[in-house]
Design a protein around this ligand. Sequence first.
Ligand code: HAM
Length: 423
Amino acid sequence: MLTKAPRGTRDLLPEECAKWLYIENVFRETCTLFGYQEIRTPTFEHTELFQRGIGETTDIVEKEMYTFEDKSGRSITLKPEGTAPVARAYIEHKLYNNPLPVKLFYITPCFRYERPQAGRYREFHQFGIEAFGSPSPLIDVEVIALAVLFFEKLGLSQLEVHINSIGCKACREDYKKALKDFLFKKKDFLCDTCLLRLERNPLRILDCKNPNCQKILEDVPKIVDYLCDDCRRHFAEVEKGLTTVGVKYQVNPGIVRGLDYYTKTVFEIISEELGAQSTVCGGGRYDNLIEECGGPHTPAAGFGIGIERLVLILEAKGLIEIPSKEMDVFIAVMDENYREYGLQLLYRLRKTGFSAEMDNMGRSLKAQMKYASKIPVKYAFIIGEDEVKSGKITVKDLATGEQDKVSCDEAEIYLKNKIRKGC
Ligand code: HAM
């Protein structure tokens, strides 16, 4: 127990952190290109936010939340997703008083008590964006196009974009009725959870993973056939906009999403590299969430990208080899008598912006040089009696083996000339 991380969680070792940092930078850059600004929200929220926001009958709220009482008896939940917390922050800080739309992005850990498998964890991380305040289909287009450009910047241009519309409150009622009538006739074949959902929230049956339910769902009525004029027009505008900005997509009536807040456009971006957990990005429009959480009527749209899944795809395609970074200098001392001299130089170099390292393991000079070659590092500065007396350090280029003598006072100038010129 003591030496193993909890089931469904993972450590990111330095090599992996370098990959994450690279992807995070590309994500930040892409969001900036589209005018989105970063927001950070707490790791936990009041449980009610997710019950209200995501929906009481969703898998996330029914089965997957990490919920506990704090020492004052409040019900607290580790965030299972990023949208509800950002919506809460939008209301709390009255961001609706800012010029609209308010466009935000985030990078956040999320927690869901799911059965772990490849690409599915209990603690995972999301890149997300949310745009608040505009009902325009061009916002839906922008949200999808941002995700697509982000993937393209990482070298992923073959991912499939699946879109659908699940209508608004009005047209969804007609659909729910049709769905219920259809499923009622097949109720003997539904799993126990779906039987309960038949009364409480038949739409959620559409994302049941049970093979028997899946079979029944093959012939289920399609929501696109029940859209009202406004939702149909909106969807047509989204399709037109995607074509205009050059995003390839396919309409997939099977995309319904597992969270209750969506209205109109929903979408998923899918990769064949991921097997069962094929969705790397999911999102859509959610025009009622802010109001349902106590804010003013605010149409909104956004997405979430699973970072672990994204890394799996990039690794499978060999698109994320980050070479380990060389240090600038290793200061090797002949023996302990020269340590103080070396230490002063070490800290001088670090303060002037050169990465520098020195032995702290009591190694011999030979062992220090061997260690330096493994770190890896560009130059070794060797300090012994001659060097201290003459004030000139022996510098060894560890790539070529060439040696030089450099005045200790001019070490920075020497490095600047060599390193900054890319030698
Ligand atoms: P979601 O589809 O639940 O949507 O999650 C978004 C993405 O997070 C998924 O496509 C997947 O890549 C990743 N993900 C979800 N669960 C796990 C897990 N257990 N392990 C690893 N990765 C996972 C949302 O969370 C919405 N908040 C997205 C959104 C933002 N919609 C509008 N704005």
